[in-house]
Design a protein. Structure first.
Length: 72
């Protein structure tokens, strides 16, 4: 009976560890997406109005472009 209890406890522990790593993966993915949006925003902000117009954007579009492409 003690062995069954140990196996059940190990299963519960493994399940908890899996959930922790799953949440950790979600956090890492969010940070990566945030950083990608930040880099895109900074790169587009350095362009002149003429350069932005060449790619079909205005200064007001920068934030939405950065968020729409990276934030899930």
């Amino acid at each position: 009976m003690a062995m069954f209890y140990t196996q059940t406890t190990n299963y519960a522990t493994a399940s908890t560890v899996n959930r922790v790593f799953s949440h950790l993966g979600d956090i890492v993915a969010s940070v990566v997406s945030w950083n990608d949006a930040r880099v895109t925003r900074n790169a587009l902000s350095t362009l002149t109005d003429r350069e932005l117009d060449d790619i079909g954007l205005t200064r007001g579009d920068i934030e939405s472009v950065a968020l729409n492409h990276f934030i899930r």
